[in-house]
Design a protein around this ligand. Structure first.
Ligand code: ATP
Length: 359
């Protein structure tokens, strides 16, 4: 059995002068939930349509389950699809909606009944067979949309912004339902979204896209903690960026010192920074910076600062701190100890959270 269920090999897709997918390489493992994440227009849907067969790439190949399907029509690719506008047929009951793909495929009545009931059990909607879409909630409609995509037991499930028509609370609930469903089925899934929280919560791995290209592929942790570019760091979560130059690289290559104005900040080195003098972008998440009382003494990467602004956000406090008159950092703490505007503080930049981006 091939290791990868889906492979995009050097896929390029143009619309006139627009390069919607620019030499994309992506390998999706069997049973994995891969999310394509990026801002509007970055090419997520185009890539998904290359997998479904609605787009034929101008260059490159699409492989599914070890076969080159680049020129295989959609209906022969054995895919289940759920789109943003999941549009159930309003004049059909829940049962009939889920049964529909099986009718098209010519399964007999007994088989259809068995499969529909199995799919409804899977999404915990048994008992709703006779309801019409208008008689069930938005979340339930979306679950029926999922059942309809899964009823013919596809090899792969493709979801394009499937939750964007739901309100915020329901979206959050549905995220967990979808993840749970995919785990129970062990199916390979590709999920498209521009919502980073959704991507981090749902995915085994995330492919972050920008202007037709894939910038980084990694687990949610890797993408969040070790972004490889400013774009990825900026797109996912909050970031503080500080420009500096490499002052020293330790011989173990695991630590380096970055000079920012008059400050020396120790960081976890990336293997590709080696030469002192090199310009780099230092990056740290605001929730990884620690604020300490001004009386705190000693320690690595601890600097003096002044609270410029403080906003209380309920579960967090959001600060703008001027550090050693050199730079301004955004800091978020759990809000238990509150510092006030104008107060002197110490700012700790934990070395394990200080990273560099070489551009
Ligand atoms: P969104 O999140 O807004 O759906 P996306 O990341 O899915 O965006 P795509 O829909 O793949 O982006 O579009 C990528 C680029 O290709 C955009 O510049 C878009 O305008 C262009 N594009 C997409 N489909 C077509 C088309 N059928 N004809 C011409 N240009 C298109």
């Amino acid at each position: 059995m091939p290791d990868y269920m889906i492979e995009l090999r050097n896929v390029t897709k143009r619309y006139g002068p627009i390069v919607a997918n620019d030499h994309i390489n992506l390998s999706i493992r069997r049973g994995e939930l891969m999310t394509l994440l990026g801002p509007s227009g970055c090419g997520k849907t185009t890539a998904l349509r290359c997998i479904t067969g609605h787009n034929i790439p101008d260059e490159g190949e699409v492989w599914i389950d070890g076969k080159d399907v680049t020129n295989v029509p959609t209906h022969k690719r054995e895919l289940g699809m759920v789109f943003q506008n999941f549009a159930l047929f309003p004049h059909m009951t829940v049962f009939e909606n889920v049964e529909f793909p099986l009718m098209i495929r010519g399964l007999n009545k007994a088989e259809r009944r068995e499969r529909v009931m199995e799919a409804l059990r899977l999404i915990r909607m048994e008992g709703y067979e006779k309801h019409y879409p208008r008689q069930i909630s938005g979340g339930q409609q979306q679950r029926v949309g999922l059942a309809r995509a899964l009823v013919y037991r596809p090899k792969v499930l493709l979801l394009d912004e499937p939750l964007s028509n739901l309100d915020a609370k329901l979206r959050e609930e549905m995220r967990f339902e979808i993840r749970d469903l995919i785990d129970r089925l062990g199916i390979t899934a590709v999920y498209v979204t521009h919502d980073q929280a959704e991507a981090l919560a749902l995915s085994d791995r995330v492919a972050v896209m920008n202007a037709g290209r894939i910038e980084q592929v990694g687990t949610p942790d890797e993408i969040y903690d070790s972004p490889k570019s400013r774009f990825v760091a900026d797109f996912i979560g909050l970031s503080d960026f500080v420009e500096g130059t490499v002052a020293a690289v330790h011989s173990d290559q695991e630590r380096a010192v970055i000079r920012v104005g008059g400050l020396d900040i120790s960081i976890c080195a990336r293997p590709d920074i080696s030469s002192p003098g090199e310009k780099v972008l230092l990056f740290i998440r605001p929730n990884n910076v620690e604020l300490l009382p001004a009386s705190h003494e000693g320690g690595q990467n601890i600097f003096s600062g002044v609270v410029h602004k403080m906003t209380y956000l309920g579960d967090r406090a959001d600060y703008r701190i001027i550090v050693e008159d050199e730079l301004q950092l955004r800091v978020q703490t759990d809000g238990k100890i509150r510092f006030h505007e104008g107060e002197n503080v110490k700012v700790h930049l934990p070395i394990e959270h200080c990273r560099v981006i070489v551009e």
